[in-house]
Design a protein around this ligand. Structure first.
Ligand SMILES: [Zn+2]
Length: 85
């Protein structure tokens, strides 16, 4: 009985993960998939000019690129995907 419940919960979780991954832009998917096993959360906001994950201040050129919010920008230290909020 417990095995049936666990198997059902696993199927639901896998389905939910697959649904969420559909919202990740295709260009980001390989980076995102690699990150989720190592860093959490894999996508963080830029806080001032620092990474929201590891808090390392990003170089001005990186901060500027993140603020444009139109390309994949990776933290120079932890590798998380950065966005500007
Ligand atoms: Zn970082």
């Amino acid at each position: 009985m417990d095995e049936v419940i666990i198997a059902s919960a696993c199927r639901s979780a896998i389905g939910a993960f697959g649904g969420a991954l559909k919202d990740v832009p295709p260009a980001f998917a390989p980076v995102y998939m690699r990150l989720i096993s190592r860093r959490w959360p894999p996508v963080v906001a830029l806080e001032g000019s620092a990474c929201g994950g590891c808090h390392l201040t990003q170089p001005p050129a990186v901060s500027h690129t993140v603020r444009r919010n139109n390309s994949l920008v990776i933290c120079q230290s932890c590798g998380r995907i950065l966005y500007y909020a």
